[in-house]
Design a protein around this ligand. Structure first.
Ligand code: SAM
Length: 249
């Protein structure tokens, strides 16, 4: 009989991804995605990170907390196969696992302390906002980088799809940058360029889609050979201040 174990959360993720739709399938695919890991008490101390400055990347061990109520399945349909074929759960990186543990390698940008809060700023995460972490370990190139390893049915994803912006969307992105000091354009190009649509919608044109990045709702339409971002909506004025205050918590 197998045993059960209990883990303590050591941190949580603050990321631009507020919903699962649009998050890339693996880390490193959207390099414009900035995020931070906040270490939670009693781990909110800099000495737990002593020596980390010599490492460019870390492994983030996390909980697929938005899948906790779903049951695991022995076989699943990986999106990479267009949803047509089933593979064994342990041959995939699917989120619906017997234990909802995820593992992502991300680049470390900086470590900062603000009062009694400790943050690790990271690049290229594939993590939903508020994802709970159970461990952080350094990435060891001599052991973890295996250039001759085979990628099974999940080889390197193909090139990004072209993303175009309407004049309105470009104006809105410009105003957003002025208010929030974030450039949405390259982030949107990478996120939507991955084609986050479910496999049954790939190939269907002129359909409207929407996804949220930070506090902006991005509206876009699938065209024959590109995606068109039509509108970018976000809170302004008093609403903006409320959002900023909420994000600080
Ligand atoms: N790199 C990790 C791994 O291999 O374990 C995650 C791979 S998983 C295929 C990536 C997907 O996990 C993303 O597209 C996103 O939809 C989902 N995801 C990310 N964070 C999540 C969370 N906290 N709860 C549930 N799903 C999450």
């Amino acid at each position: 009989m197998s045993q059960s174990f209990t883990f303590q959360q050591i941190g949580l993720v603050h990321s631009c991804y507020k919903q699962k739709f649009g998050i890339p399938r693996q880390p490193g695919l959207v390099t414009e995605a900035s995020a931070s890991i906040e270490l939670l008490p009693p781990f909110n101390r800099l000495d737990v990170l002593d020596g980390l400055d010599g490492f460019s990347h870390i492994w983030v061990h996390f909980i697929f907390h938005e899948c906790m109520t779903d049951n695991w399945k022995a076989k699943i349909r990986p999106p990479r196969l267009g949803g047509k074929e089933k593979m064994g759960i342990f041959a995939t990186r699917a989120t619906h696992r017997p234990n909802p543990l995820g593992l992502s390698v991300v680049e470390v940008k900086s470590v900062r302390k603000e009062g009694n809060r400790v943050f690790i700023d990271i690049i290229g995460a594939d993590l939903l906002d508020k994802t709970p972490l159970v461990d952080i370990t350094p990435y060891l190139p001599y052991a973890d980088a295996l250039p001759n390893a085979k990628g099974g049915f999940a080889p390197l994803p193909t090139t990004l799809k072209k993303v175009k912006f309407s004049e309105l969307a470009l104006d809105q992105a410009k105003s957003y940058k002025a208010i929030y000091a974030r450039d949405l354009v390259p982030l949107i190009e990478q996120v939507i360029g991955q084609d986050p649509r479910p496999s049954y919608l790939v190939g269907s044109e002129n359909r409207n889609h929407g996804n949220q990045l930070w506090n902006a709702n991005i509206k876009w339409t699938a065209k024959e050979d590109h995606f068109l971002v039509t509108q970018i909506e976000y809170p302004v004025g008093e609403q903006h201040e409320q959002v900023e205050n909420a994000e600080r918590l």
